[in-house]
Every structure is written in structure tokens, then in C-alpha cells.
Design a protein around this ligand. Structure first.
Ligand SMILES: Cc1cc2nc3c(=O)[nH]c(=O)nc-3n(C[C@H](O)[C@H](O)[C@H](O)COP(=O)(O)OP(=O)(O)OC[C@H]3O[C@@H](n4cnc5c(N)ncnc54)[C@H](O)[C@@H]3O)c2cc1C
Length: 465
């Protein structure tokens, strides 16, 4: 318990420090007030209502301190997300529809799949990655829809990092340009029915056969596995925990809908069935069954050098994946905050707008503080990760933002009264979508105990997803 609490306390402290630093750099009065509130476990009610009053008056802080380039990026993506994603987000959610192709193609045209792919391989990443840009893109897409927007670029990010860390030159040349342009979409298959957090135990087997590899076993929760053409699959290639795992890239045709079957000429097959979920709909998260499913020799990431190094390679990918999940949480919270501000301004109770009553106003203030603290912590983690460190900071940013997203979407829903509980209101979707953020990309308890606290207390390596 103490270790669990230490992880959250550390995240809160670092978040408060990052908001304070942002306030100092920008010299902005609203940022200073947000920093003061973020530093306190029980901020003064007058501080919170004062913050809320400024947001109710139209203040926005997401671009405060940002470079011209980053402001432009945010504006461009917000415009795309408002026009193309947001109007359909609710229908995709309520009818659990497939993601419309024009959202995918629009994201591809904007170069969103290539943000972390180096220029030499067809992407837009310079010498060092601009992870702040990746976060801004993710925030804006998630503000429109967590699944139909923000989550589109998480899977490519994970595979790209794994390929850059351990792929052969031929593999990078084969897959990175296709990922960068959105020609091949990506899904990640790590979790299994019996092993989620405890990745080292996974059982799905890859065995050598003439001309390549043969996969047998089950995977669970593989998001976007139907539509994706590239599956990043972690398989057991030798006994003995995490040292017997290897990473493969399986090419498959794209399928629409919630079930698919891919049969190979020799009789191997891959079957997929989407698991119905309360939220995070549209991309569909699949249960997969590999039966004598063949992959060519070069599907093993890193070639012979990559044999039994899969655990480490997928971990390389999961650090930016976690950071991006913090960005997804921030975007979702931003949407909830904006909707709550608009609703409480318009809705009158007891003769006054909801927002004119002290308690809801203080709640709005707390929501604004939460969004800023999660955003600024994620930006600091991005800088550290960019400098080659920051694995733990990425986990802290994810832990903090995911937990806050649950609270913020819950409170935003509450401010809507009965309407918040209506399926047709966006805020009810934010609430069920937020629920997944503390479960995937490292379950909250596992991140806190086995990744963050372990690193803080022992400086040791982590062994969990
Ligand atoms: C909608 C959705 C989409 C997903 N998408 C993907 C995807 O695309 N690819 C993929 O590979 N996976 C995906 N996942 C799977 C996700 O990463 C796992 O669900 C997650 O890692 C947790 O694993 P688990 O479900 O097996 O839970 P378990 O690991 O069985 O955990 C059960 C509970 O025990 C807790 N726990 C576990 N270990 C410890 C410990 N040592 N100490 C204390 N508590 C512990 C957990 O925190 C949790 O509360 C997705 C999941 C969901 C719900």
C-alpha cells in the first residue's frame, strides 16, 4: 500500500512542480493561480472559483508557453478533428461502428501516422523526436474522440519505436514508410487470456518451420486487429520468462466488422472476435486465435539478433505509448471541461446559471487545475524521454493523467445532472471511455507498484506491462 501511495504522491508532486515551472516561464497570472491550486491538496475555494470564473469568461491555457510551430499544429489538428471526427464520435460510440475510412485517410493526409517515423523512412520526425508535437496531436484528436481520434496513432507509435530500437535495416525500410503514410495500419497483440500485466508468462508460441515461423495460441484485447494490416505480436520462442519472448510483425489483410478469419493457403488461420465493451468503441478490441499461422523468416523483429529479445523491444515501444496515453487522457479531460463550462453557463437552476453557484464553480476550477497539471506533467515527461531518459516519468504522467481523467469526466457528468446520464450526451461517452485509461498500457496498480515505486525505491528494472 505504501508503495502504491508513494507512486501517486510522487506523480502529484511532479505534476505540481511542472505547473509551477510553466507558470514561472510564462509569467501568466492564470497559470500562477493554477500552479498555486495544483500545489495544494485542499486549495482555497476562492482560488478555485476565481480560476473557474476566468475559464467561464473564455480563458484557454493549452497554448500558453507553446512555440509558434506547436500552436499552428494544434490549430490544424483541432480544425480537422472538429470537422471530421467530432460530428461522428457519438454515433461511432453508440452503434459501435467501424472507424470511417475518411477519418483514417484524413489523419494519414495530415501526416499523423508519421510523426514518430524519421524523415529517412518517410515520416516527419527530425534528428530528435518532437514528443511535445506528438502529445499536442494526440490531445486534439482525443478531444474529439478517444477512439476515433486519439487512439489511432498510439499503435503505430509503439511499433515504430520497437522497429527503430531493434529492427533490421530491411525491416525499417519495409514497414516504416508504410506506417508513416497510413498505407498499413497497426495493432499490438501482447495480452493473452491468462497473462496481461504479467507479460513474462505469455504462452502464444512461435516455432521455426521451413521458410519461417508458425504461430499457435490466443491473444486478448488486440485493439484494431480487424482493420490493421500489421500485427505486432509478442510470442514465446524459448522457455524461461521474459527472456524467452520474441517480437514478430505479421502482415494480414484488413477486415471490417467485429469478426474475421484469415485463412492461409497451407491451412493456417487467424480468427478474430471483437469483445463488446462499455466504451472505447469503434476500433474494436479483439480476441485472436492463431492456428498454425505462418509468418516469413523476416517477420522476426531484429532477425536472429532479435530472437528472445522481444520483451525488451516491446518495452521500448511502451514508454512513448504510455506518454501518449497521458496525452489521450488530457484531450479527453479537455473535452469534458469545455462541455461542463458550456453547460453550466447555459443551464439555470434556482434562478441562476449552474456556474453561478459556488459549489459547481469550485468543481469547474478543480477540473481546470486537473487538466493543466496532467498536461504540464506530460510535457515534462516528453522532454525527458526525448533526451533519452524519462521511462519512469512517462509512467508517472500516464498514472496521473489516467486517474484524473476518471475524476474529471465523473465530475463533468455530475454537473450535467440527469442529462449527463443520457447516452446521447457526449459527456456520458467521456466517462465510459476514461475508464479504460487506468486499465490498459499498464494497469494502474501495476504501473504504480512494479514500475514506478520499484524504480523509486530500488532503482531496479521493471518486468510488467
Ligand atoms: C479496451 C481495451 C483495449 C486493450 N488494447 C490492448 C491492445 O491493443 N493490445 C494489448 O496487448 N493489450 C490490450 N489491452 C489489454 C490491457 O493492456 C490489459 O487488460 C492490462 O495490461 C491488464 O491485464 P489483464 O487484463 O490481464 O489484468 P490482470 O493483469 O489479470 O490484472 C487484474 C488486476 O490485478 C491487478 N494486478 C496485477 N498484477 C498486480 C500486482 N503485482 N500487484 C497488485 N495488483 C496487480 C491489476 O492492476 C488488475 O487490477 C486492452 C485492454 C482493454 C480493456
Amino acid at each position: 500500500m505504501a508503495a502504491y501511495e508513494l507512486a501517486f504522491a510522487t506523480a502529484r508532486k511532479q505534476a505540481a512542480a511542472s505547473v509551477a515551472d510553466w507558470a514561472r516561464r510564462t509569467g501568466d497570472e492564470l497559470a500562477r493561480e493554477l500552479a498555486e491550486a495544483a500545489a495544494s491538496t485542499r486549495p482555497e475555494v476562492s482560488l478555485l472559483t476565481g480560476i473557474a470564473a476566468r475559464f467561464l469568461g473564455g480563458a484557454a491555457v493549452e497554448d500558453l508557453g507553446a512555440s509558434t510551430e506547436h500552436r499552428l499544429l494544434r490549430r490544424t489538428i483541432r480544425d480537422f478533428a472538429e470537422r471530421v471526427i467530432k460530428p461522428r464520435a457519438q454515433q461511432i460510440h453508440r452503434e459501435d461502428r467501424d472507424l470511417p475510412e475518411d477519418i483514417i485517410q484524413g489523419a494519414a493526409r495530415l501526416g499523423l501516422f508519421g510523426l514518430s517515423v524519421p524523415e529517412a523512412y518517410g515520416g516527419s520526425r527530425g534528428e530528435t523526436p518532437d514528443l511535445r508535437a506528438m502529445l499536442i496531436a494526440t490531445e486534439e484528436l482525443s478531444r474529439a474522440s478517444l477512439t476515433a481520434g486519439g487512439s489511432l496513432i498510439t499503435r503505430p507509435e509503439i511499433l515504430v519505436q520497437a522497429l527503430l530500437s531493434g529492427g533490421t535495416e530491411a525491416q525499417k525500410r519495409a514497414w516504416l514508410p508504410a506506417i508513416a503514410t497510413g498505407r498499413q495500419l497497426v495493432a499490438v497483440a501482447v495480452t493473452e487470456p491468462d497473462f496481461g500485466s504479467d507479460v513474462a508468462g505469455i504462452k502464444c508460441r512461435a516455432e521455426r518451420v521451413a521458410g519461417g515461423w508458425q504461430l499457435n495460441g490466443a491473444k486478448l484485447w488486440c485493439t484494431f486487429a480487424g482493420r490493421a494490416e500489421l500485427l505486432m505480436v509478442l510470442c514465446r520462442t524459448a522457455p524461461g520468462g521474459h527472456r524467452g519472448l520474441s517480437l514478430f510483425v505479421a502482415e494480414k489483410p484488413a477486415f471490417s466488422g467485429r469478426e474475421f478469419e484469415h485463412r492461409q493457403p497451407h491451412g493456417g488461420r487467424l480468427r478474430g472476435r471483437a469483445i463488446p465493451t462499455i466504451g472505447y468503441r469503434g476500433m474494436h478490441s479483439f480476441e485472436l486465435n492463431f492456428e498454425d499461422y505462418r509468418l516469413p523468416e523476416d517477420a522476426l523483429v531484429g532477425g536472429e539478433a532479435g530472437l528472445n529479445r522481444g520483451f525488451y523491444l516491446q518495452m521500448e515501444g511502451f514508454a512513448p505509448g504510455r506518454l501518449q496515453t497521458a496525452g489521450r487522457a488530457v484531450g479527453l479531460m479537455q473535452a469534458a471541461l469545455e462541455d461542463a463550462l458550456a453547460f453550466t453557463r447555459a443551464r439555470h437552476v434556482f434562478g441562476r446559471p449552474v456556474a453561478a453557484h459556488q459549489l459547481p464553480q469550485a468543481t469547474l476550477g478543480r477540473l481546470a487545475v486537473a487538466v493543466s497539471s496532467a498536461r504540464q506533467l506530460s510535457y515534462v515527461a516528453a522532454e525527458r524521454l526525448q533526451d533519452g531518459a524519462g521511462q519512469v516519468e512517462a509512467s508517472l504522467a500516464k498514472l496521473h493523467a489516467a486517474r484524473l481523467a476518471e475524476l474529471v469526466t465523473r465530475d463533468a457528468m455530475q454537473l450535467f445532472g440527469g442529462l449527463g446520464y443520457a447516452e446521447e450526451t457526449d459527456v456520458s461517452r467521456y466517462f465510459v471511455d476514461a475508464r479504460v485509461l487506468t486499465i490498459f498500457e499498464g494497469a494502474e496498480e501495476v504501473l504504480a507498484l512494479r514500475v514506478i515505486a520499484r524504480s523509486l525505491l530500488e532503482g531496479g528494472p521493471n518486468d510488467a506491462l
